[in-house]
Design a protein around this ligand. Structure first.
Ligand code: 5RP
Length: 212
């Protein structure tokens, strides 16, 4: 099994705070995400700054795009993003239009979606999916468990590169030890830690311990 990547989600409400967080962990993580909250607040400027600071890193714009896929993707790409996210209820034309402008599109799985839709995303050439426990679901008491593993496993078996996210902690990772997860995306588990650098190192150490 290949070792999962670690992605930091910069979900800050202002760009200086996001840059400060990135400075602690940018060299430790594999992928840097300009999170949805930051995209809504600082958009292309945030992507441009993170690209300028980390020219060699993979950068994701977590736009959760629902429409105008081609235009949004063109703007993200021009600002320096490699990948961008689209929401799973977006139409196939939106996803395909986005996929033409950025290196890769990731489908964010929230709420109701079906494996039949997932087959269509694959057929359209979109092979990244993000399995998500939303902040609001977690706040409402949802937890990670075996129900999630079955879905993640099936998506991987279908051929998706599956990222996992939502309130992850170092302790959560072990739950996925049998699975070839593509990327673990952590936000507050790193950025809200008293020592974000140590927290990112602990995530990486646990990933290495489990996946080698
Ligand atoms: C929210 C997101 C977050 O970036 C992602 O879930 C990571 O955040 P956290 O680890 O803080 O839950 O996509 O929509």
């Amino acid at each position: 099994m290949s070792r999962p990547n670690l992605q930091i989600a910069l979900d800050h409400s202002d760009l200086p705070s996001a840059i400060e967080a990135a400075a602690y962990v940018g060299e430790i993580v594999d992928i840097i995400e300009v999170g949805t909250i930051l995209c809504l607040q600082a958009g292309a400027e945030a992507i441009r700054c993170i690209r300028a600071l980390y020219p060699e890193k993979k950068i994701v714009a977590d736009t959760k795009c629902a429409d105008a896929g081609g235009t949004v993707a063109q703007n993200c790409q021009a600002a320096g993003a490699d990948w961008m996210t689209v929401i799973c209820c977006a139409t196939l034309p939106t996803m395909k239009a986005a996929a033409e402008k950025v290196q890769e599109v990731q489908v964010e799985l929230y709420g109701d979606w079906t494996f039949e839709q997932a087959e269509q995303w694959l057929a359209a050439g979109i092979s990244q999916a993000i399995y998500h426990q939303s902040r609001d679901a977690l706040l409402a008491g949802e937890t990670w468990g075996t129900k999630d593993l079955a879905k993640v496993k099936r998506l991987i078996e279908m051929g998706f590169k599956v990222s996992v996210t939502g309130g992850l902690s170092v302790e959560t990772l072990e739950l996925f030890k049998e699975l070839e997860v593509f990327t673990f995306i952590a936000g507050r588990g790193i950025t809200a830690a008293s020592d974000p650098k140590k927290a990112a190192q602990a995530f990486q150490a646990e990933i290495k311990r489990i996946w080698g």
